[in-house]
Design a protein around this ligand. Structure first.
Ligand code: AMP
Length: 195
């Protein structure tokens, strides 16, 4: 089994890259943001709860997010492995994920981080907002708040995975194909060392 955390700030390209990687490595892609948006669209209880946080660019509370993530993994019990996109985003989420996977006799093989400077991220998000219909991509103050959340709660996860020798940074500036190739190199290396 191979489990990858695809990491990076909003707009780094995690979702785009996960689409390519899931096919190549036969992994299930779980984007917590996508699951929340699906629930909002379908007006579920979870969606209603998440919406109030997402609309402001705040993180959804850990408990809710962790329970949802576990349910998504359990729904795909036969999977070869997972690409976690947008999760974990806090230390508490990372710890819960480790415990949860350990109980299944598996774990995170690596966190691969897409590194992109902030000015480029804002530009990408505002551009995406023109077509995605995402309100949190259309308003610069919401975007700034998402970066604040990232800096204050999420960025420290680099240390968390570095301490486990599982952090791999990749330059996320360039063409989509070039970045995919760089990510594949890291995953291939991880696969070899796991054998
Ligand atoms: P994303 O699609 O990954 O940019 O996520 C969009 C929004 O969903 C975030 O700004 C948060 O409000 C919420 N969200 C997604 N993943 C998480 C998570 N792991 N923890 C808390 N909130 C999350």
């Amino acid at each position: 089994m191979k489990n990858i955390v695809l990491f990076g700030p909003p707009g780094a390209g995690k979702g785009t890259q996960a689409e390519f990687l899931k096919t190549k490595y036969d992994l299930i892609h779980i984007s917590t943001g996508d699951v929340f948006r699906y629930n909002i669209k379908n007006e579920t209880e979870l969606g209603l709860l998440a919406k109030s946080f997402m609309d402001k660019g705040n993180l959804v509370p850990d408990e809710v997010t962790i329970d949802m993530l576990k349910a998504e993994v359990n729904r795909n019990a036969a999977a070869n492995g997972f690409i976690f996109d947008g999760f974990p985003r806090t230390e508490s989420q990372a710890k819960s994920l480790d415990i949860f996977l350990a109980k299944k006799n598996t774990g995170i093989d690596g966190m691969i981080a897409l590194e992109v400077p902030e000015n480029l991220l804002v530009e990408r998000l505002l551009n995406r907002g023109k077509t995605s219909g995402r309100s949190d991509d259309q308003d610069e103050s919401k975007i700034r708040n998402r970066f604040n959340e990232y800096e204050s709660k999420t960025a420290i996860l680099k240390n968390y995975y570095q301490n486990q020798d599982k952090y791999f940074g990749v330059d996320g500036v360039g063409s989509i194909e070039d970045i995919t190739a760089k990510l594949e190199k890291v995953i291939d290396k991880l696969s070899k060392s796991a054998k």
